[in-house]
Design a protein around this ligand. Sequence first.
Ligand SMILES: Nc1ncnc2c1ncn2[C@@H]1O[C@H](COP(=O)(O)OP(=O)(O)O)[C@@H](O)[C@H]1O
Ligand SMILES: [Mg+2]
Length: 258
Amino acid sequence: MSPESDAVVTPSPPLLQIVGLHASVEGQPILKGIDLTVEAGKVHAIMGPNGSGKSTLANVLLGNPAYEVTAGSILFHGEDITSWPTDVRGKAGIFLAFQDPESIGGVPVIQFLRQALSARRGTDMSVLEVRMMMIEWMDKLGMDPAFGERHLNDGFSGGEKKRNEILQMALLEPELAILDETDSGLDVDALRTVAKGVHTVRQERPELGVLVISHYQRMLEELDADRVHLLVDGVIAAEGGPELGAKLESEGYDAWRS
Ligand SMILES: Nc1ncnc2c1ncn2[C@@H]1O[C@H](COP(=O)(O)OP(=O)(O)O)[C@@H](O)[C@H]1O
Ligand SMILES: [Mg+2]
């Protein structure tokens, strides 16, 4: 027998596996048993009414200490990361674009990126290296180069904030990107820019897994979502292909509310 024929081929575990996840905020149960798997290279969308727990899920995935996991687990490449602190998850390649990015007064975009990038790579990046990467990506994303000298989210328009999140994503080269309503408050052009940004990053990193939280079918189409999950009152109420997104947008969430 050739060595190849008796080699055991172990399928690599999925990028992200959420198993029976329950989470509470301030003692209040919000997530009530979530099972969801995201394979590398796939785009999964989460839709659902306001207050159903979408942002809670995003925060729990990034390990925000304000959210308590009360049961279940989160596996990243098959490894249980449920108790990992946020910075370790970030270094491992989990990226979250917030629904409402905070302004960080006095921190220029480039400074922020340098810190984040050095942490992700485990090595100190020089300002020059970061500037070169930033300029290259801003060009690819069609952003104004002056942007990097501005202060983080300070006076950014809605569209600029979201583009900035995509720029961070591009530079940090995550394995899993979670985009929490990155399209909220965006006009159609800005939405397309965000989608194009994600596509551009995926061209260079086809293995990137994306979990996108959105109300808009438009966004799912632009991102070419593979799967849609409907979150209602802390549980996955329905799952399907892109057609589910279209159905939810045209019919609304009412039929699913308890
Ligand atoms: N940091 C927090 N502190 C207190 N309550 C929270 C917090 N985050 C979320 N919640 C509550 O959890 C529920 C789900 O909110 P959220 O996850 O933001 O929903 P969605 O993103 O689907 O609109 C809401 O009732 C909300 O008030
Ligand atoms: Mg939300």
